[in-house]
Design a binder for this molecule. Structure first.
Ligand code: LLP
Length: 434
């Protein structure tokens, strides 16, 4: 396992943010999501530092769906990031964290009337419109409130990024947005631009997630800027913003060659600037929406091992006290992770195991095959790089309580989300006797 961020070792024990893994489990229980706060803060600053241009303003918008809670929203705010939300619940969370609503972008392909009214009443900065029906809702709600709703339109420039098919998003038959090649799209923009309740500010696109090749992003920038220019000429309007979405790939295992932000972001800016010159286009703001690439590396999950089981055939199992309830990604996307025995971190990992969760589901295998250093019941298994889309996608399947989230930095730790209790899970259950 590659150590990352502020991981180190202390006498054969893994430390994160200066705290030993066994101390974290003793203090907060198991399993446990641990977030390396300084690593997140450094990455937020890297995005702010490298995604800059002299030609336009840039917004780095944290895609909070990757990992949403009040604590991370407070850190994102302190780092000067804008933030995006995809539901009333995510919006409530960032507002609770004190986000200025004008810094919030609201996404989603089927925002409900209730969510849209809530967003407008809160003075949210920008709504990304997905379709015609939604636009009508926004327009009516804004008129009722005598407001001007700032919107972008989500479009698909038809770029098929090379990633898992469940997280590709801009194919022509995608459920998200409208195609740039659909003749109805331009007429739709024209209608929005003429609506007195709508401030039509620009266009948005997101080509998919866990995209490793910079070329796809360059292609996207060129296509989107060419399209933005076309919108300006055909609709006789000036666009304020082009939002290029997120999707920047990260390292999970040695099969992944992630983008290096310090190299990629300045090169991306250059591509955008060149596309602007080539299309004779300018606008005030270019935005990006990193989620995974902002938080994934900062998160680790600590589990405690139960039985080491040797079936009659196949690899021995190392059973963990969590599984698909705290990390659905292997079951859902065949996602792969590294792991190590945290309390034997310096010892050679030389025996192959299959790491299985405790859910009643054959597919609840966290890692199909990994070499571990002599795992024993009671050992701590660390799975690094689990910050994104794990806690965010956790469930109570089998009524397993969601683990706590703890932030660590410079030898200090702080609970960001408390561990669920059995009482929490039955809080909304009603009895036949009620
Ligand atoms: N912007 C929009 C409009 C998006 O739909 C997404 C992700 C992002 C930004 C952030 O993408 P990122 O930088 O995190 O790749 N649950 C899946 C990922 C789903 C991504 C959905 N949209 C997974 O675990 O891989």
């Amino acid at each position: 396992m590659q150590l990352n961020g502020n991981m180190a070792t202390d006498d054969n024990m893994l430390t994160i943010g200066g705290i030993r893994a066994d101390k974290l489990i003793a203090a907060y229980g198991s399993p446990l999501y641990v977030i390396d706060q300084a690593d997140f803060e450094d990455r937020a600053q890297a995005f702010k530092q490298y995604f800059v241009s002299e030609k336009f303003k840039t917004h780095v918008i944290y895609a909070s769906k990757a990992f949403s809670n009040v604590y991370i929203s407070e850190l994102a705010k302190a780092a000067g990031l804008h933030i995006d939300v995809v539901s009333g619940g995510e919006l409530y969370t960032v507002l609770k964290a004190g986000y200025d609503p004008s810094q919030v972008y609201f996404h989603g392909n089927n925002k409900t009337p209730h969510e849209l009214a809530y967003a407008l009443d809160q003075g949210i900065g920008t709504i990304i419109v997905d379709n015609d029906y939604e636009y009508q809702l926004i327009s009516d709600l804004a008129k009722e409130r005598k407001m001007l709703a700032r919107v972008l339109l989500r479009v698909n420039p038809g770029i098929e990024a090379d990633t898992h098919k469940y997280i590709q998003t801009t194919k022509e038959d995608s459920k998200f947005g409208m195609s740039t090649t659909d003749p109805r799209t331009m007429a739709f923009i024209q209608a929005m631009a003429q609506d007195p309740a709508i401030d039509f500010a620009g266009v948005h696109c997101h080509i998919g997630s866990q995209v490793m090749k910079a070329g796809f992003f360059y292609e996207e920038a060129q296509a989107m800027i060419a399209f933005a220019k076309q919108v300006e000429s055909q609709c006789q309007i000036d666009l304020q913003e082009v939002n290029l979405g997120g999707g920047f790939g990260v390292y999970y295992t040695d099969k992944d060659q992630p983008l290096n932000l310090a190299e990629f972001l300045p090169a991306y800016i250059k591509e955008i600037e060149q596309a602007m010159v080539a299309n004779d286009f300018s606008c005030d703001i270019i935005s990006i929406e990193p989620g995974r690439s902002m938080i994934n590396d900062s998160g680790s999950t600590l589990y405690t091992l139960g039985a080491i089981k040797h079936p009659q055939m196949g690899l021995p199992f190392a059973f963990i006290d969590g599984g698909m309830s705290d990390n659905l990604r292997p079951a859902l996307y065949q996602a792969e992770y590294e792991a190590a025995i945290a309390n034997r971190i310096n010892e050679p990992a030389d025996q192959a195991f299959r790491v299985a969760g405790k859910c009643c589901e054959t597919g609840d295998i966290l890692i199909q095959e990994i070499k571990l250093a002599n795992p024993q019941p009671g050992d701590i298994l660390v799975v690094p790089r689990t910050g994104a889309y794990t806690f965010a996608m956790a469930s109570n399947y089998n009524r397993i309580e969601k683990p706590a989230v703890v932030f660590v930095k410079d030898g200090q730790s702080k609970v960001a989300v408390k561990r669920e209790t059995y009482a929490d899970m039955t809080r909304n259950d009603c009895s036949i006797k009620d």
